[in-house]
Design a protein around this ligand. Structure first.
Ligand SMILES: NC(=O)c1ccc[n+]([C@@H]2O[C@H](COP(=O)([O-])OP(=O)(O)OC[C@H]3O[C@@H](n4cnc5c(N)ncnc54)[C@H](O)[C@@H]3O)[C@@H](O)[C@H]2O)c1
Ligand SMILES: [Zn+2]
Ligand SMILES: [Zn+2]
Length: 394
């Protein structure tokens, strides 16, 4: 089959690799019909190289048609339409039954000290072949796939794999009071969808921050107040306080993560990991604070005293310096983590079948054949051609 494989910093290729096979009686093989490129894939493309292996198959936002199932799979059958969550979770362990699927105790990558395995996402998360491919082996065939209705186009449902539950959790963790105010830092797919869900769930005021004109414009078209970071590099928090009765918003979502624009000093440490031998670089990434923390620092500054910060952007450093004095004195609550995809599906699915209040149709700016993955990655990373969300069609 054809699959998108990793070969080094900013080097992904479409190659022919062996077809996946049923390995356990509860496995399913899914023929992928649509698969997204995520902002998290950009970390693999740029800074997480030390944790990748040459030829690893990328991708964790797939959906498609069940092709084949192992003999113990009773809950899905060939021909059914399914979306596959990015977390590989068993659905039956202690963590899964608490709705903490990203901590699944059956798939935790213990030798790396990490939580649940993920599709297509580094040795830290199990080095499991991903879903930017023609076929995907899916474990836990009875509990992991999300069966979705026939009829509407794939883009109605594909975001159930990641974008929707991730943004839903971002808003949930923001603990917004009814009618409250929220700032979303970063208007990529995750931040953009978070603004839509915050509006849908009754936020009184939604303010979005980014530095890419078409991302700001797209949020504005849906009634989000926007601030262009390029105009407010030094006074962002001040301006937001002025907009929110001098106090700051009830909550801030950090949908930027470790590759934030800004904080040039830390950028250098991050770039160093690109030129070191793999093992040294991996240790440096994990042991040294090499995140670019601009997003998180601004969240701490912006949020009102006693407010909540919901960190949904991914961070990866181990000794990142944090302004504990400010965090403690402002009495902040900070919540974070990988999205527990299956936990939120029940809340979201009705919004996809009954009208389209979140605007998932038309959310993708580009739909390209899988063979165009190298161009698609480059375009999404450089934010050229108005790229905000890219779907690949195997
Ligand atoms: N927690 C999870 O389960 C989960 C799931 C999916 C994605 N993510 C993470 O969420 C983050 C966003 O993902 P995405 O797909 O939207 O990616 P993206 O890279 O398209 O979005 C990031 C946006 O942040 C903007 N930005 C950069 N620096 C900024 C700053 N200092 N202030 C404000 N905006 C800034 C960029 O211009 C970009 O539009 C990534 O870190 C990704 O890894 C987390
Ligand atoms: Zn993702
Ligand atoms: Zn589990």
């Amino acid at each position: 089959m054809k699959a998108v494989t990793w070969h080094g910093k900013r080097d992904v290729r479409v190659e022919t690799v062996p077809d996946p096979k049923i390995e356990h009686p509860t496995d399913a093989i899914v023929r992928i019909t649509t698969t997204g490129i995520c902002g998290s894939d950009l970390h693999l493309y740029e800074v997480l190289g030390p944790f990748m292996g040459e030829g690893d198959i990328l991708g964790h936002e797939p959906m498609g048609i069940v092709e084949e199932v192992g003999h113990e799979v009773t809950e899905i059958r060939p021909g059914q339409r399914v979306v596959i969550p990015f977390n590989i979770s068993c659905g039956t362990c202690f963590m899964c039954t608490q709705g903490l699927h990203s901590q699944c105790e059956t798939t935790q990558v213990r030798e790396q000290g990490m939580g649940a395995a993920l599709f297509g996402y580094t040795k830290l998360y199990g080095q499991v072949p991903g879903g930017q491919a023609e076929y995907l082996r899916v474990p836990f065939g009875n509990t992991l796939p999300i069966v979705v209705p026939e009829g509407p186009a794939d883009e109605r449902f594909v975001y159930l794999s990641d974008v929707l539950p991730t943004a839903w959790q971002a808003v949930e963790y923001a603990a917004l009071p009814p009618g409250g105010s929220i700032v979303v830092l970063g208007l990529g797919p995750i931040g953009d969808m978070s603004t839509r869900i915050a509006q849908h769930r009754g936020a009184g005021r939604v303010i979005g921050v980014d530095l890419v004109p078409e991302r700001l414009a797209r949020a504005r078209r849906r009634g989000v107040e926007t601030l262009d970071l390029r105009e407010h590099e030094n006074d962002l928090a001040e301006v937001i306080r002025e907009m929110t009765e001098g106090r700051g918003p009830d909550a801030v979502i950090d949908a930027v993560g470790m590759e934030a624009h800004g904080s040039p000093g830390i950028k250098m440490a991050q770039q160093m990991t690109g030129v070191l031998p793999q093992s040294v670089a991996a240790t440096l990434m994990q042991k040294a604070g090499v995140d670019r923390l601009h997003g998180l620092y601004s969240a701490i500054d912006i949020v009102r005293r006693g407010g909540t910060i919901s960190v949904i952007g991914v961070y990866g450093g181990m000794v990142d310096p944090l302004p504990m004095l400010t965090i403690f004195d402002k009495q902040l609550q900070i919540r974070m983590g990988q999205a527990n995809v299956k936990r939120w599906v029940g809340d979201i699915l009705p919004l996809l079948t009954d009208g389209d209040p979140l605007g998932v149709e038309g959310f993708a700016t580009h739909k390209l054949p899988l063979s165009k993955a190298p161009e698609a990655y480059e375009m999404f990373q450089k934010k050229t051609d108005g790229a905000i969300k890219v779907l690949l069609k195997p």
